[in-house]
Design a binder for this molecule. Structure first.
Ligand SMILES: [Ca+2]
Ligand SMILES: [Ca+2]
Ligand SMILES: [Ca+2]
Length: 533
């Protein structure tokens, strides 16, 4: 893999125009990993939606791992609001020597406590801190690290912040969320709680007669089907030295050990017993959800094997390899729309899709392929590649080797990347004689970014949508209002007025630049902001 080769491919594709009169996609194709298999779609608390792994942009001596669960979580789903499963074991697994077996595992287990069982309410007044007595239903967690059969407890009774209920119940949500970021022994950080869903994709169009709204998909025009929805996310930041096989921070991207593979799992106990008004679980943990690369269980694994994939281990991935080298989606591109896709064949056949094998199973040579790799589906990250100063959301396909499929950052447009890759956009890197169909490099869903701004520091995810202000998708898209501080009033001066005016100005509601004096124009702008929907 060389970067100039990648750039050449991207440039060649970009200069070729491709036109089609209609283009649709098969229904099971997209959705990252939201509701992707029959069994797990009935178990949202254990349904892993997305996994991210990247070198932390503001702390490049650390990596950040994030998993999200509970797809399509509405912000206003009370009074029994969404939560993690108390009877689910959530794990990050790291393979740091390429043998498809985990070497370092991080386990999260949650516990719900009710302060006052005599009220139906989640809270009986505003929640102003993580110890506020108004907060009735709380969740905490235990975090453990397992290495070579030895378990170390990294934290107990770590707090999950409340869900973002509304202006009265959770008036300062950013403070509640950041108070739940906890330091770990050894220099790591952990956060677990409700967040915005960082994945963006036009689900509505694709599931409606399988449409790309504005063909061929690289010119915007899509509608983010996950806009306004939350998920529950677990974020873990670790010194790089904690996850490498050398136990050191590796800084040479070509060094043995620079590539670590990551996947997430969710497990439930084997037996659940129901009795009137209660249920209990017992027995060994059974894995019910597995997630490495986005879209693999959708794009690659056929419907009849999807639940099996969720219960499988990377070490046994040879059973799925034919679906990577001979992908159904590429055949559909060809059969339905005449896109000229690369040749494909069963695993082991030299005519198979070695480009997709590299992306999904072995890693890209000289970037994400560990020395002596055993093919298996993991999200592989080269921890020695420094974070990009100007990230490209197309990642490696856009010439940015710090992005997907070198790990995955929150803003990486994995839908577009996967569509292009399956159609053959990266195939010439492996077979220079092959010219991809001009359409391959232009495929996309027309949604290019998340609907809410990510945070600049850990846990990076955008804050959870607020129940009293979120709107269901398809009705109205929720907008964030400017925060009006308690001491805002006509005639006031100060930094708090500047901050408020800057927000109103940025929204176009206050025509003049911030002055720091709260006058009639500021009052008018606040009134307009309150009426916006
Ligand atoms: Ca290993
Ligand atoms: Ca979102
Ligand atoms: Ca996209």
């Amino acid at each position: 893999m060389n970067k100039s080769g990648l750039l050449k491919v991207a440039a060649a594709a970009a200069t070729t125009a491709g036109l089609v009169s209609s283009l649709v996609l098969p229904s099971h194709v997209l959705g990252s990993s939201h509701r992707e298999a029959p069994l797990i779609s009935a178990d949202p608390q254990a349904d892993l939606t997305d996994l991210y792994a990247f070198v932390s942009p503001d702390r490049p001596d650390t990596v950040t791992l994030i998993m999200s669960v509970n797809p399509f979580e509405s912000a206003y789903g009370g009074p029994n609001y969404h939560s993690f499963g108390d009877d689910v074991l959530y794990e990050f697994k790291v393979d740091n020597n390429g043998d498809a077996l985990p070497d370092v595992t991080y386990q999260y287990e949650f516990k719900t406590t009710v302060q006052n069982p005599n009220t139906f309410l989640y809270n009986v007044g505003p929640i102003n801190s993580l110890t506020d007595s108004n907060w009735n239903v709380r969740q905490t967690y235990t975090l453990r690290k397992v290495v070579g059969g030895t378990t170390t407890v990294l934290g107990t009774d770590l707090p999950v912040p409340p869900v973002n209920i509304g202006k009265k119940s959770t008036p300062n949500y950013p403070a509640l969320a950041s108070a739940a970021v906890r330091s770990l022994p050894g220099g790591g950080l952990s956060f677990a709680g409700q967040t915005d869903d960082a994945f963006f994709v036009d689900l509505g169009a694709i599931f409606d007669l399988l449409t790309i709204r504005k063909l061929p998909g690289n010119k915007g025009g899509g509608v983010d089907g996950l806009a306004g929805y939350n998920v529950h996310s677990i974020a873990l930041q670790l010194p790089i030295s904690e996850v490498t096989k050398t136990g050191t921070r590796i800084t040479d991207p070509k060094a043995d050990g620079a590539v670590v593979g990551v996947w997430a799992t969710a497990s439930r106990k084997a037996t659940r017993v129901l009795s009137a008004g209660s249920s209990s679980s017992s027995g060994e943990w059974i894995q019910v959800s597995r997630l490495g690369h986005p879209l693999v269980n959708e794009v690659v694994i056929p419907r009849g094997m999807k639940d099996k994939f969720n219960s499988s281990k990377p070490a046994d991935d040879a059973q799925f390899a034919n679906h990577v080298t001979d992908p159904e989606l590429a055949k559909l591109f060809n059969a339905l729309y005449g896109i000229k896709v690369p040749p494909q064949a069963p695993f082991g056949d030299p005519k198979g899709r070695d480009d997709l094998v590299a992306i999904f199973l072995t890693g890209l040579k000289d970037l994400t392929q560990p020395v002596g790799v055993k093919p298996s589906e993991q999200l592989r990250l080269n921890v020695a590649v420094a974070p990009a100063s100007k990230p490209n959301s197309l990642g490696v396909a856009g010439g940015d080797t710090a992005g997907f499929p070198n790990g995955r950052r929150l803003a990486d447009d994995v839908t577009d990347i996967a569509l292009k890759a399956v159609a053959g956009a990266l195939y010439p890197l492996f077979h220079p004689e092959f010219t991809p169909d001009p359409l391959a490099a232009q495929l996309g869903d027309g949604v290019d970014a998340n609907d809410k701004a990510f945070q600049a520091s850990f846990p990076y995810l955008a804050l959870a949508w607020q129940g009293s202000e979120a709107y269901p998708y398809g009705y109205k898209k929720a907008k964030e209002r400017c925060t009006v501080p308690a001491n805002a009033k006509r005639g006031a001066r100060g930094d708090h007025v500047v901050a408020l005016q800057a927000c109103l100005h940025a929204k176009g509601l206050l025509k003049v630049a911030p002055t720091g004096f709260h006058g009639a124009l500021t009052d008018e702008a606040i009134a307009k902001d309150a009426k916006e929907d």
